[in-house]
Write a protein that binds this ligand. Structure first.
Ligand SMILES: C[S@@+](CC[C@H](N)C(=O)[O-])C[C@H]1O[C@@H](n2cnc3c(N)ncnc32)[C@H](O)[C@@H]1O
Length: 235
């Protein structure tokens, strides 16, 4: 692991780091693989990955998506970046022996990598935690190679009304914008060919639901039917 981010983490990043270090310690990093697997696989299928691609997995958590990506770019490499060092530590442990993946501790708002290096960027369920999404987009664009493509996948956005229930309940601040607002934001930050797509979650749903986010199994099914928002753009 790169042991120190290249800039002093902002207060917002430090809060996120604390919160997600706790998630990691509680084993919730691994649980997210189950929750995000179907929508991520559909997104990876749209990425048109080439064997020599250099891919950034932004907000990689415990690195399960990084490991899947690494198999698809055997001549390239995958860098998983996360602001929570405990997530990064677990990602490294789980990736021992995989030669073309490495993990970096740092913030999306100050990515410790040189300009123009990545040919694809994937970010799964992470972008709405960024306190300054514009700054993060500038950083992402800086590290992307000319002509490379960005894929941001999020379940929390204002067009999926169920996801707005999380906003006041999560222990850290989150952004809840609409598809239209996000499209403008990506364009404002220099991305071309900006497009959005809904990715329904096709994983099996339980017949009964006893968790805290939905009133019934039918609500959960409806949330999954509406699906995640995939934002795409080219540098
Ligand atoms: C809900 S988890 C998703 C993790 C992983 N992508 C997955 O699907 O399992 C969000 C992740 O984004 C990371 N994160 C949040 N804000 C970040 C930032 N500013 N820079 C880098 N990572 C960030 C968190 O530490 C956390 O690991």
């Amino acid at each position: 692991m790169d042991t120190k981010p290249n800039a002093t983490p902002s207060q917002a990043d430090q809060k996120i780091q604390q919160e997600f270090n706790q998630w990691a310690a509680a084993g919730r990093g691994d649980e997210m693989e189950d929750h995000h697997s179907d929508i991520t696989e559909q997104t990876i299928a749209l990425m048109d990955l080439q064997p020599a691609d250099r891919v950034l997995d932004l907000g990689c958590g415990t690195g399960w998506a990084s490991r899947r990506l690494a198999k698809l770019v055997p001549e390239g490499e995958v860098v998983g970046l996360d602001v929570a060092d405990e997530m990064v530590r677990r990602a490294e442990q789980a990736s021992a022996g995989i030669k073309n993946v490495r993990y970096v501790w740092g913030s999306a708002e100050s990515i410790p990598r040189p300009d123009n290096v990545f040919t694809k960027v994937l970010s799964v369920e992470s972008f709405y935690y960024y306190a300054d999404q514009g700054k993060a987009l500038d950083e992402i664009r800086r590290v992307m190679a000319p002509g490379s493509r960005l894929f941001i996948l999020i379940n929390l956005y204002s067009d999926n009304h169920y996801s707005l229930r999380w906003v006041g309940e999560l222990k850290v601040a989150v952004q809840a914008h609409s598809e239209t607002e996000y499209i403008s934001l990506l364009k404002q930050h220099g991305f071309k060919g900006v497009a959005a797509q809904r990715i329904p979650d096709r994983s099996p749903s339980p017949d009964t639901y006893s968790g805290k986010w939905f009133k019934s199994a039918d609500e959960l099914k409806d949330f999954k039917r509406i699906g995640a928002l995939l934002l795409m753009g080219t540098k």
